[in-house]
Design a protein around this ligand. Sequence first.
Ligand SMILES: [Ca+2]
Ligand SMILES: [Ca+2]
Length: 225
Amino acid sequence: MAGWDAGLGASAAIPFRTDAARVEACDLMGNRAPCALKGGTVAWALGTDPSAIRFVGATFAEPDAAALAAVPMPVRRMQAIPADAPGRAPDFVLDNYRDMNDYYKADPAQVARCWKGADDLSAKVWLACADGALRVRVAVTDDVHVSGDAVEIEVQTTAGVVRKPLSAPVREGTVTRYDCTFPLADLKIAPPEVKKGFGFSILLHEDDGQGPDGVMTLPPATVHF
Ligand SMILES: [Ca+2]
Ligand SMILES: [Ca+2]
C-alpha cells in the first residue's frame, strides 16, 4: 500500500514498477477501482480522488525515482532496504533545501542563521534490521557542531508514533557520526511490520552556536526489509 497527502488541485503521475497481480486505487470511503497494469508498471495519477494505491500480491512496488522528484509535494515513498554490507550506499540522503525548515527565514536580520548548503547541514542515513533490533547509522555533515545539534528518528506503526534521539555522537572533522541500535519493541514495531513496512523519518536539529536555527526532516518513507 502506498499513500500520501495530496494537495488540493495537485496533479502528477508516478509510474510504479511492481510484480503485483493487480493494483487497485482506494478512495477515502474504502471504494476500490482497478488500475491498469502494463508490463509490470502502473501509472498512478495524483490529483484524482483516491487516497491510496493497493498492490495485491506484490513482493515489491517501487516508484520511479525521477517521477517522484518531479512531484511538487511530500510523497510517502515505499523503500526496500537492501541487506547490510560494509561500504554500501546510504538508504537516504538529506541535502535538499526543500527538506529544511529554517526558523529565521522570515527575518532579514537573521539571514546568516538560514541554511547555506550541504556543508552547513546534510546527512547520509543507513538502516539495518537484525536480531529483533533496528540499527540506525547517520553521518551528519555540519560546519559547526555544538550541544544543541541533535538527531531524532521517528517511527510510525499501527501502534502509533515513536520518536527517539540518537546518542553518543562521534565527531571527525566536519562529520558527526551516530550508530545506534533500538530493540523493535521499544519502537513499537511488530515483527511482521519489518517485512510489511513501517513509517520512518529522521530529524536533524541544527544549532551553529546561537541556538536552534531550524530542522531538516526526511519526508516520511515506508521502509521494509
Ligand atoms: Ca551548520
Ligand atoms: Ca550545527
